[in-house]
Ligand binder design. Structure first.
Ligand SMILES: [Zn+2]
Length: 118
């Protein structure tokens, strides 16, 4: 075997047979495919992965990562959390202002100046 992986770890029979049969593309959920396109669109990842889509494809024969969106998905998740916190803070501020008592100064801010100069 000329394209054997450069590792000293023993490979399971399953992996050795998969590589021999050309199923070298491993998706996020661990399924093996014989083409990159099929691995990237793995339907099992919808059920078995955190993001419900394939975010990573590795060629198990060479160890090369061919597609990796894990970091991007983590960034998007952090941005979503920050955006939701900011939206909640804005809603809380609106609720606080709505609960504040209404005074004449709210409709006529100049009234404060008029009353001071009395
Ligand atoms: Zn998958």
């Amino acid at each position: 075997m000329t394209n054997a992986p450069a590792t000293t770890a023993a490979l399971s029979d399953y992996i050795v047979r998969a590589i021999a049969d050309g199923y070298v593309f491993e998706c996020s959920c661990g399924e093996l495919y014989n083409t990159f396109a099929l691995a990237k669109c793995c339907r099992k990842c919808r059920v078995y992965t955190k993001w419900e889509t394939c975010t990573r494809v590795v060629n198990i024969e060479t160890g090369e990562t061919l597609y990796d969106m894990d970091a991007q998905y983590e960034r998007w998740e952090q941005e979503r959390i920050q955006r939701e916190a900011a939206e909640q803070a804005a809603r809380d501020e609106q609720a606080r202002q709505a609960a504040a008592p209404f005074t004449m100064l709210d409709t006529c801010p100049a009234l404060a100046t008029i009353l001071e100069n009395k």
